[in-house]
Design a protein around this ligand. Structure first.
Ligand code: GDP
Ligand code: IMO
Ligand code: MG
Length: 427
């Protein structure tokens, strides 16, 4: 099997970076296909920790090709800084390719991200303020600038002059803000284009050629299913498609080419940013998990909201992604608890529902129905075989798979690459 998609099943930060890094050892190519540097993927290898926002987590392996495909929005300054960050750590980036079709995050996108959040006040979304939403807005309204434009100065000049006139008008007339200087932005972005030139390519062709040649291609999802613009908790979502179908769109690959879809499931739930979260823990148990798990955002440093595992969410993720296997992460973070809870349904009015409500208002007022399970109260970080896990931990995992109706593929019991239990061949 050659093409495998890895998605987040919750609200992001499930541990996708760790899982992709683990799988990358067997992969020939790793592809990022949506989102931008709103993502923060942490990879721990030996005594080194890497935080990646744009470049696929496979970059740490010297023989793995890495692709930033057309569906990603790219802040060129962040990309070039990330390339430098890797070079300083002795990691080469000559195997990186970036789509000429990918849209650019421009300086005004960051300003509009902040302005929109400020104007929403207490209704704010809690975005990462990286300009990702405004860049996707411009893409959809045919006002975007793409990476390939930077390689054709006259095309870029024409495009930027039209777009910037519109943005400056809005900034000065609607918001009373300073306008951006055309020449400075033009020169700066042409320089970015020059610096990115060795990486720029027609990535849909490259990815499809790899799959057709039987090479192992991994698609690295960013964000999570509940942040999907159509299938998440709209409007408290990101502006792209973190679900599996988004990989086909963003990479330019047909769905018939995909062999497996793994869903990364944190053994409890976290959410950074605003919006409904039925199984949220606002008590000392939640605080304890946050501290035990160092649950602070990789991108923004914000404390993550914490809750019990929610299998209504997980079943929704299984359906909209067509999951073929689960990768459960951070099981070790629950080591100290004497009991655990799992949300198995929601109470809404007088009814018990098992499917995720398709209205934000209803989702905001449901009460989770919990099943209580025994904790294992011993360290499991050193365990490498399923049968060596404490029986309570195995029961917890089995129950997750049963409720999700998706088999377990992999269990992560620590941050390290090696702290991983595999249950089936992954490719
Ligand atoms: P991503 O956005 O889905 O890639 O996740 P993040 O990197 O933002 O956050 C996940 C955090 O959990 C990172 O700090 C990882 O190093 C860490 N992590 C991943 N898997 C495990 C695990 O099984 N146990 C523990 N303790 N930490 C983990
Ligand atoms: P990874 O890939 C967690 C959240 C933000 C906010 C909402 C919209 O590390 O899992 P945006 O800046 O995208 O317009 O913000 O989405 N968000 C994430 N939350 N992990 C992420 O990425 C996220 N990327 C965006 O906090 O609620
Ligand atoms: Mg993250």
């Amino acid at each position: 099997m050659s093409a495998v998609i890895v998605v987040g099943t919750q609200w992001g930060d499930e541990g996708k970076g760790k899982i992709i890094d683990f799988l990358s050892e067997q992969a020939n190519m790793v592809v990022r296909h949506q989102g931008g540097n709103n993502a923060g993927h942490t990879v721990v290898s030996g005594d080194r920790e890497y935080k990646l926002h744009l470049i696929p987590s496979g970059i740490l392996y010297p023989d793995t090709d890495c692709v930033i495909a057309s569906g990603v929005v790219v802040d060129p300054r962040v990309l070039l800084d990330e390339v430098d960050y890797l070079h300083q750590r002795g990691i080469q980036t000559d195997r990186l390719r970036v789509s000429s079709e990918a849209h650019l995050i421009m300086p005004y996108h960051l300003v509009f991200d902040s302005l929109a959040e400020d104007r929403l006040g207490s209704q704010k979304l809690g975005t990462t303020l990286r300009g990702v939403g405004p860049a996707y807005m411009d893409k959809a309204s045919r006002m975007g600038v793409r990476i390939g434009d930077l390689l054709q100065p006259e095309v870029f000049r024409d495009r930027l002059s039209r777009v910037l006139a519109e943005k400056n008008h809005l900034l000065s007339k609607a918001y009373g803000r300073d306008e951006f200087d055309f020449d400075a932005m033009f020169t700066q972005y042409l320089a970015y284009g020059e610096a990115m030139k060795p990486y720029i390519a027609n990535t849909s062709v490259i990815i499809n050629q790899a799959i057709d040649a039987g090479r192992r291609v991994l698609f690295e999802g960013a964000q999570g299913t509940m942040l999907d613009i159509d299938h998440g908790t709209y409007p408290f979502v990101t502006s792209s498609h973190p679900i599996a179908g988004g990989a086909c769109i963003g990479a330019g690959v047909g769905p018939t080419k995909i062999d497996q879809v793994y869903g990364v499931v944190k053994a409890y739930t976290s959410r950074v940013g605003d919006g409904p979260f039925p199984s949220e823990l606002l008590d000392s148990v939640g605080d304890g998990i946050r501290e035990e798990g160092h649950e602070y955002g990789t991108t923004t440093g914000r404390p993550r909201r914490i809750g019990w595992l929610d299998t209504v969410v997980l079943r929704h993720a299984s359906r909209v992604n067509g999951l073929t296997g689960l990768a459960v992460t951070r099981l070790d973070v629950l080591d100290r608890l004497d009991t655990l809870k799992v949300a198995v349904a929601y109470r809404y009015g007088g009814d018990v529902v098992t499917e995720l409500p398709d209205s934000l208002e209803r989702l905001s007022s449901v009460e989770p129905v919990y099943e209580t399970m025994q904790g294992w109260q011993r360290s499991i970080t050193e365990v490498r075989r399923l049968e060596d896990l404490p029986s309570a931990a195995r029961r917890y995992l089995d129950r997750i798979a049963e409720l999700a109706e998706v088999p377990l593929a992999l269990v992560s019991v620590g941050r390290e690459r090696t702290s991983t239990i595999t249950l089936q061949p992954l490719f």
